[in-house]
Design a protein around this ligand. Structure first.
Ligand code: VGL
Ligand code: ZN
Length: 211
């Protein structure tokens, strides 16, 4: 059954980091992260333009706790661009953990934005690295393709999907956050991100709202 949001050629679907390391069994797993795959595959059928993002870190990336002597995952450190959470090694370029979930239909993506490749800068958003200055080029790509509204989904809610939604707003797009196609690391601490999303005018929807 269709919902009340009709998609057009001015809409794009942005599927964020649906990669093995963010799924159960992966290095930085979202609980039940693989549950977004079926929803993502289904959503793609509603859009003429689909973009993927892929977390893509070189070995020894500065966002890894292992790159900082004496630090453990989920502690923080100060980087030139601010406070950085230190993660377990994840999504290392070319590894199976960095590959898309095998059930995700990759063929529909017309562009894959790889992010987090600068060894010294993390990148949650698929529009800007965490220094907030280095653009990935996605905004220009979408604008040159005439896109006005973006629909974001994937992994993880309170980091890469959330920051991509906020930057999408900052770039002037209307932004829809597809909740049932998005997974959170924790269900008890995403309220701050949700507050930011709401303040920015991001609209929260379900897949079934789209026809
Ligand atoms: C992500 C932490 C580190 C994400 C990526 O995709 O949400 N989170 N790298
Ligand atoms: Zn990462």
């Amino acid at each position: 059954m269709g919902g009340h949001i009709q998609t057009t050629e001015k809409d794009a679907l942005i599927l964020i980091d649906i990669q093995n390391d963010f799924c159960p069994g992966g290095a930085l797993a979202v609980p039940e992260g693989d549950r977004v795959v079926a929803a993502a595959n289904q959503l793609m059928g509603r859009f003429s333009l689909v973009a993927f993002s892929q977390d893509w870190h070189p070995p020894g990336h500065k966002s890894f706790a292992s790159a900082h002597a004496g630090k453990s995952p989920f502690e923080t450190t100060q980087m030139p661009y601010g406070t950085q959470i230190l993660w377990p090694d994840h999504c290392v370029q070319g590894t199976s953990g960095a590959a898309f979930h095998q059930a995700l239909d990759e063929n529909r993506a017309s562009i894959v934005i790889r992010k987090g490749s600068n060894p010294d800068i993390d990148s949650y958003s698929t529009f800007y690295e965490n220094d907030r200055k280095t653009a990935t080029g996605l905004a220009g790509y979408l604008k040159q393709r005439g896109i006005e509204r973006i629909f974001v989904a994937g992994l993880a809610w309170e980091y890469c999907v959330g920051f991509s939604a906020l930057d999408g707003r900052a770039e002037g797009f209307e932004v829809f956050f597809v909740e049932d196609a998005t997974g959170a690391f924790r269900n008890d601490d995403f309220a701050p991100m949700n507050g930011q999303l709401q303040a920015a005018g991001v609209r929260h929807i379900q897949s079934s709202d789209i026809s």
